[in-house]
Design a binder for this molecule. Sequence first.
Ligand code: FMN
Length: 214
Amino acid sequence: MNIVEISKARYTTKHYDKSKIISATELEQLLTVLRNSPSSVNSQPWHFFVVDNEAAREKILPAIADFNRPRVTDSSHTIVFCVKTPLDEAHLQNLLAQEDRDGRFPSADLKEAQDKGRHYFVGLNSTTPEAQFAWESKQAYIALGQLLFAAAAIGIDSTAIEGYDSAKMDEILGLKTQGLRSIAIVTLGYRDPKDGNAHRPKSRLPNEQIFTFL
Ligand SMILES: Cc1cc2nc3c(=O)[nH]c(=O)nc-3n(C[C@H](O)[C@H](O)[C@H](O)COP(=O)(O)O)c2cc1C
């Protein structure tokens, strides 16, 4: 499939075939896409919880809105997207050390500049805890978009889910003590052939309403 075909093939799956499980190889590929997702100043402000078994599904289910529960119970995997609250100095130092190990700094000056630049942008976007949370969430949503597209590219169906109780999810997963907050969910698997949404046409505003060439 070319990129246009992938964008058309991806759709929000409402009903999954519970008997079909994503292979370990494909899951690994999708997790790699998440890991390689870009983020402002390489902040990687995220953590992902992977739900791949019945007990874990049952555990998070009370936080899922009723209408969304079949996506979680019948899909192969559920990923809970979280961001770090706060994005603290320890995380910034962790990033710098990783970039160093990964060979990003041919000179000490470059390392210092990267650290300084990152602190500057994190500071700009951290005027309040809520502002920081919103900025981190934007980064995590980029990863979410990449995941949906990548899944479709390898024939895996998906659902982005905001319809859940984030406070309840955070409580169930004990996120506060881990310095995390959940922001969204993605379910992954294979559509039920009878999923009505698969057969409805896509609906999008026309080009002239959303693009302006300057
Ligand atoms: C961030 C986000 C949250 C969403 N939350 C839900 C949800 O809770 N439940 C659901 O069934 N669909 C959810 N959707 C799916 C949208 O309704 C869907 O993407 C949109 O109607 C376009 O349809 P398509 O994805 O099939 O092209 C969500 C989509 C996004 C991007």
